[in-house]
Design a protein around this ligand. Structure first.
Ligand code: ADP
Ligand code: ZN
Ligand code: ZN
Length: 856
């Protein structure tokens, strides 16, 4: 069995001793074995460059002493990229676990773990093909039309011949195909980008004729040096023949005659580095490494005092907080792995507990990691951390530039940053001597990565804590059923904060029955009379209101009243949402958009009707209803615009907005003490989703939304509009009764065999044609279905079309796998992946999702 596609036959000696196992950063599921040349020494955790078929790739050394079957010789490592291992043995183990458990290509896992792009970058180099070389030969010798050895049947010959016919000798000018070939013959190779720029048409033609070969290579990424530029001495009165660009540079250097950062200079002078170098060579300017500090992601800050205790806030803990901090500290000090679920109602002061626990952890000489959902990482959350821990904090989130991420990563790796605050992928932050991992809002779906590797940051956190013998803390007001179940089963320790701080009460929740509203008013409006009246009261009292509607856009979809057709996405089996600002129909899954038709494309009827309301429409509606109020909207469409997300949150916090309309984005985690009313429009939107977690999600969303009200001194109220006032998710969220919801929902999960009582995996066969997807599904089925009889506790549903039967242009056929044991299920998936590999099914044709966050 040849596990190494790049190996060849050879002598059986000299095997094993110098063989290493490497995770190559490519879509290959297994590790590969390479030879370490005598002149190199490598250690596990170091990055190396290795040959991979015809290109080079980066890999990470996992272990020495690998073996290969007889007759197979490993190819040698090309280069060692790090002097020291970048990953500790602990992190290697974590990566292996992720690859294994989530059935992800091992190289992709390590790619996700490392800010690797800083060491190498991928480049495409172009060289002449054999055919190209021959063609060039034919060109330059005034030789016969058919070169010797040319197969007349070959397509390229025709190309060569045509070119000769249509290209006279004078065609060997810039831009011509001949020139391109000659250029490459002389230089050996050139970057694809440069060639396309230099020979835009000839390049495409030569490529079509197969005269060129494009190689993907990994190139070392040079750290961009920043130069300080200075005018060297007085500029001569009448400089001799200065080029226009040189003049611009000198002009831009201005009266001061210097620039601290050459990149800014180049921008102003519309010049490039080469021009600077020329000018420097001619002695007119000097270039030297700039002292200007590279911009760090962190603002300047130093902790007040030396001890962490001193930097602590002056808040007096509530007795529940105190008990929780004491209990958690005790767990931490024990130096044993342990997971604690911190179930604290909204506004119970969980953040303060985290901060104190981290401080204690640092006192013990260990490091701390805290994950928050993407949108909860607001400047105010960051500021709290910086205020406590100063320069010890490293931030890792998706808004960082590549450079900033790189810098933060290395600060952590070097041990300069001991506290990491970040979003999902920060779970791989290279902290040593980890003492505590905290997952705030542990139920949040943003911890689940929905692309390869499909891991759940929360679950990886628990594994990481185990490997580090650290404490894992999962915090939430609405724990996932999985975590609460684990607590009930005794796998996790449970800590509870049943009350808000300062004796503040949870908000009162009132359910508004929209069926009743319709019966009485005979109109279908997004705002009930009750909500309307309450908002008026709010405005009169100058208090703030939040309106939650978990659907963005203007109208849900466009319906033809004559034929009943809705406008659908061409790539996905989903209706398009009408967005008024763009005046287009947009797909919320793939982003496809279409103009709004004047007539039904199906039956040509003019009776097109906009159904349902999204945040865009509700915002407008409120602005109309309350003309004196300041109304704003916050959803993904707004947040996409640069800076808008933070700006609106700030404005709202400062009381500059009376009514904030938004999606779940506004419901999560925020602490706005001024909000005393929360209105939920269409609380039931999520209930219709064909996903077994729809009730759980609805409960979480409503409880969290209610949790935004009354966080200040004045008690809060919540109005929930719904057509299903009796649904348990809505009723129990209104009571803010988590326990009751858990018990009720568990009954359903038990009956239907869904997590947490069973392990679940979602396997989707996909293809751009339905037949392709069906073909893959047939293979998958032929492997899986027989297993159902052989493996105890395994249940397979499907194949059936996935709820999203088509997504981003691909048809999707679904298998749902349920199994009593997670470990067993994961190993079944491994075998499935091995099998489909053997069958030559490309990885993109099969999506394997272990512990899926959604099964759409
Ligand atoms: P949670 O995350 O549990 O919903 P937060 O941690 O956001 O709650 O805390 C809610 C608010 O209560 C914050 O403004 C916080 O500063 C404040 N707070 C926390 N602990 C105390 C305390 N012991 N006394 C007074 N206020 C507190
Ligand atoms: Zn129609
Ligand atoms: Zn789409």
């Amino acid at each position: 069995m040849d596990r190494n596609p790049s190996s060849t036959k050879s002598t059986p000696e000299a095997r094993r001793a110098n063989l290493v196992e490497i995770a190559v950063m490519a879509a290959i599921r297994n590790t590969l074995t390479y030879l370490v040349p005598d002149s190199f020494t490598v250690q596990p955790g170091q990055r190396v460059q290795v040959p991979l078929s015809t290109r080079r790739a980066t890999g990470i050394v996992l272990r020495a002493g690998s073996t290969l079957p007889p007759g197979i010789e490993a190819r040698p490592i090309v280069r060692v990229l790090d002097t020291e291992p970048v990953l500790t043995p602990e992190m290697l183990e974590l990566g292996l676990w992720v690859a294994d458990y989530y059935v992800a290509p091992i190289g992709e896992v390590f790619r996700a773990m490392l800010p690797l792009r800083s060491a190498t970058r991928r480049a495409r180099l172009v060289r002449l093909s054999e055919l190209g070389r021959r063609t060039l030969g034919t060109q330059s010798d005034a030789a016969p039309d058919v070169a010797p050895g040319f197969s007349p049947a070959h397509a390229a010959l025709k190309g060569g011949a045509t070119m000769r016919a249509t290209m006279p000798e004078s065609a060997a000018i810039q831009g011509g195909v001949t020139a391109l070939l000659a250029y490459l013959a002389k230089r050996g190779s050139a970057s694809l980008q440069a060639l396309r720029q230099k020979f835009p048409e000839a390049f495409l033609e030569a490529l079509k004729e197969k005269w060129l070969v494009v190689d993907e290579v990994e190139r070392e990424r040079t750290q961009r040096q920043v130069y300080a530029v200075r005018v060297a001495g007085p500029v001569p009165e009448k400089p001799l023949r200065l080029s226009p660009v040189a003049k611009r540079i000198l002009e831009a250097l201005g009266a001061e005659g210097m620039a601290e950062d050459h990149r800014e200079l180049l921008h102003t002078a519309r010049a490039d580095l080469a021009a600077l170098r020329r000018l420097s060579a001619s002695g007119l300017i000097t270039l030297e490494p700039s002292r200007a500090e590279r911009r760090s992601a962190l603002p300047e800050f130093s902790p007040s005092g030396n001890s962490w205790a001193e930097a602590d806030s002056s808040l007096v803990l509530t007795s529940a907080q105190k008990a929780a901090v004491e209990d958690l500290s005790k767990q931490l000090e024990s130096g044993q792995f342990q997971t604690v679920l911190l179930h604290g109602v909204t506004g119970s002061g969980k953040t303060e507990i985290y901060l104190r626990l981290i401080a204690r952890c640092l006192e013990l000489g260990r490091t701390a990691l805290m994950l928050v959902p993407e949108i909860a990482l607001t400047p105010s959350a960051q500021a709290q951390f910086l205020a406590r821990f100063g320069r010890n904090v490293a931030l890792l989130h998706s808004a960082l530039s590549e450079n900033e991420r790189h810098e933060e990563w290395w600060r952590i790796r070097r041990g300069e940053a001991k506290v990491v605050l970040g979003t999902r992928s920060a779970i791989f932050a290279p902290l040593s001597n980890l003492g505590v991992v905290i997952i705030d809002e542990e139920h949040d779906t943003s911890y689940k990565q929905e692309e390869t590797p499909r891991y759940n940051g929360r679950d990886v956190a628990v594994v990481r804590a185990r490997l580090a013998r650290a404490l894992a803390v999962l915090g939430s007001a609405t724990p996932s059923l999985e975590s609460y179940w684990n607590a009930r089963e005794g796998k996790y320790r449970l800590a509870t904060l049943p009350e808000r701080v300062e004796g503040r009460k949870l908000a009162d929740v009132e359910i508004i029955d929209m069926r009743q509203e319709f019966r009485e008013t005979h109109t279908q409006v997004p705002v009930s009379r009750r909500l309307h009246q309450e908002i008026e009261t709010q405005l009169a009292k100058c208090q703030q209101t939040m309106i939650l509607l978990n659907r963005r856009g203007y109208s849900w979809f466009l319906l033809c009243r004559s034929c009943g057709q809705t406008e659908r996405c061409v790539n996905c089996s989903i209706s398009l949402t009408y967005h008024r600002r763009e005046h287009r129909l947009i797909c919320h899954y793939c982003g496809y958009s279409a103009p709004v038709p004047a007539r039904c494309p199906n039956c040509d009827s003019q009776h097109l009707y906009y159904v349902g309301e999204g945040t865009e429409k509700v915002e407008r509606k409120f602005a109309e209803l309350f003309p004196s109020a300041r109304v704003a909207r916050l959803d993904r469409d707004v947040a996409r615009r640069q800076g808008q997300f933070q700006h609106l949150l700030d404005e709202f916090r400062r009381g500059k907005i009376d009514i904030l309309v938004g999606t779940q984005m506004i419901a999560k985690g925020h602490d706005f003490p001024g909000v005393t009313l929360v209105g939920v429009v269409s609380a039931d939107i999520g209930l219709g989703m064909p996903d077994f977690r729809s009730a759980e999600r609805t409960f979480q969303l409503l409880t969290q939304a209610a949790g935004r009200a009354g966080r200040g001194e004045i008690p809060g109220r919540v109005l929930v509009q719904t057509f299903y006032p009796d649904h348990y998710a809505i009723r129990l969220a209104a009571e803010q009764n988590y326990e009751a919801f858990f018990d009720k929902e568990m009954r359903f999960r038990r009956m239907m065999h869904y997590p947490p009582v069973t392990a679940l995996a979602n396997v989707i066969a996909q293809g751009s044609k339905l037949e392709q997807a069906a073909q893959v599904a047939k293979h998958v089925g032929s492997f899986l279905i027989p297993l159902e009889k052989q493996i105890e506790g395994l249940k397979i549903l499907g194949p059936t079309p996935a709820p999203l039967a088509k997504l981003e242009g691909r048809f999707r056929i679904q298998f749902l796998l349920k199994c009593a044991s997670r470990a067993r299920l994961s190993s079944i998936l491994q075998r499935l992946a091995d099998y489909t590999d053997q069958q030559g099914i490309p990885q993109r044709s099969l999506m394997i999702d272990m512990d899926p966050a959604n099964i759409m």
